[in-house]
Write a protein that binds this ligand. Structure first.
Ligand SMILES: NC(=O)c1ccc[n+]([C@@H]2O[C@H](COP(=O)([O-])OP(=O)(O)OC[C@H]3O[C@@H](n4cnc5c(N)ncnc54)[C@H](OP(=O)(O)O)[C@@H]3O)[C@@H](O)[C@H]2O)c1
Length: 345
């Protein structure tokens, strides 16, 4: 009955039952969100339809970005969700500042554009999408290099961050955050920020658990949002390399999926929520996004299963960021500060 009053489909999940995480501000964020990057496989209309459908089964958290090129269409869905009786305070909407908009004059207008497109007065989360300020064309090949590629320059990042802080001061954004960061970069941001990042969006799936960064953000009161939680199995071929491993085929994940009688993808999502990150799995298919949500309210994985999954980490980064490399002779690893210090220019 309660579910119907909330406008939730009978087979959906009451949003009040979905686990929540508490942010450093005391605000709450649903412990699972719907990703909205359709890549080259799904149109903006399909993704916007999925947002509407996901809200109808109980999702209240949506991970958007201007570069996904679909915020205007998603805005129609958000408007319909709010008109349908969902309170704004019960929704969590993230958007992200794209790499060619790090300039001090560009940050606030970029956020305003996302707000207008999404038909919102404020964003719950606004993230700097990447710490590198380079333009590259959407969908370009990983081998393409930007002539204006620049390394991470902390002073410049903080100039961008000051504008992010202004967005909070002006009430346009409730929480600001980072994405695709490393421990040494975050250490500096935490040292110099007036308003600290509330969330850090990072690649997280069973074969890429980033234990050190995960621990660092949690210890510093930053909530980890996990992208590619299923190992992005259908990402474009241009984003795959020969050494990439496949979470969905891991014998441990497959065995647990059999026990639970679910798709291996669902085990990845369930593990993510139980570990303490906030996964944002993408799907436009109702049965998929519904099963991803439902697993957050069913019996937990056993301690032994959690331990087993901890043991299958392959340190396999899928989103390597090659297009951000700024000089010849570098490997993509250089983007991720492998020596524990920010890679020098
Ligand atoms: N901050 C960043 O830099 C960054 C980077 C990457 C992604 N993201 C965000 O993270 C989100 C998720 O990442 P992602 O889309 O790359 O990867 P993902 O969520 O790991 O994988 C999505 C794919 O998994 C399959 N799937 C989902 N649920 C399933 C289920 N229950 N059963 C079977 N298959 C299922 C779907 O494949 P089919 O479509 O074939 O069914 C779907 O396309 C993005 O949409 C975006 O919002 C952020």
């Amino acid at each position: 009955m309660e579910k119907q009053e909330l406008g939730i489909a009978p087979d959906g999940v009451d949003p009040k039952k979905v686990p929540q995480r508490v942010l450093c501000t005391g605000a709450k964020i649903p412990a699972i969100g719907l990703g909205t990057f359709g890549s080259d496989r799904f149109t903006g209309e399909q993704v916007a339809e999925a947002v509407l459908g996901a809200a109808a089964v109980g999702y209240r958290h949506f991970d958007c970005a201007s570069v996904y090129g679909n915020e205007r269409l998603i805005g129609h869905s958000l408007r319909a969700i709010l008109n349908g009786g969902v309170r704004r305070g019960d929704l969590w909407v993230t958007s992200k500042l794209w790499n060619d908009k790090h300039g001090e004059k560009d940050v606030i207008p970029s956020c305003e554009k996302s707000l207008k497109d999404l038909q919102l007065d404020y964003l719950d989360g606004y993230l700097v999408h990447w710490p590198f300020p380079n333009y590259h064309a959407p969908g370009c090949d990983v081998a393409s290099r930007s002539p204006d590629a620049k390394p991470y320059i902390h002073e410049n990042y903080m100039k961008t961050w000051r504008q992010m802080e202004k967005l909070v001061d002006r009430g346009l954004v409730r929480h600001i955050g980072t994405s695709n960061m490393t421990v040494p970069k975050l250490r500096r941001v935490l040292r110099d920020a007036r308003i600290k990042p509330a969330v850090n969006e990072m690649e997280l799936h069973p074969h890429f658990q980033q234990p050190a960064l995960f621990r660092f953000v949690v210890d510093n009161g930053i909530q980890p949002i996990g992208f590619c939680p299923i190992g992005s199995p259908t990402r474009p071929d241009r984003d795959k390399t020969e050494t990439d491993t496949v979470d969905l085929q891991d014998p441990v994940i497959v065995r647990i999926a059999k026990r639970l009688n679910v798709h291996p993808a669902v085990v990845c999502v369930k593990w993510a929520v139980q570990r303490g990150q906030i996964p944002i799995p993408f799907s436009v298919y109702r049965h998929e996004y519904l099963s991803n949500l439902r697993c957050t309210v069913s019996d937990p994985l056993t301690d032994a299963e959690m331990k087993e999954i901890e043991g299958i980490d392959r340190n396999c980064r899928l989103i390597k960021g090659q297009v951000f490399l700024w000089k010849d002779g570098q490997g993509w690893e250089d983007l991720w500060d492998p020596g524990g210090e920010i890679t020098p220019p």
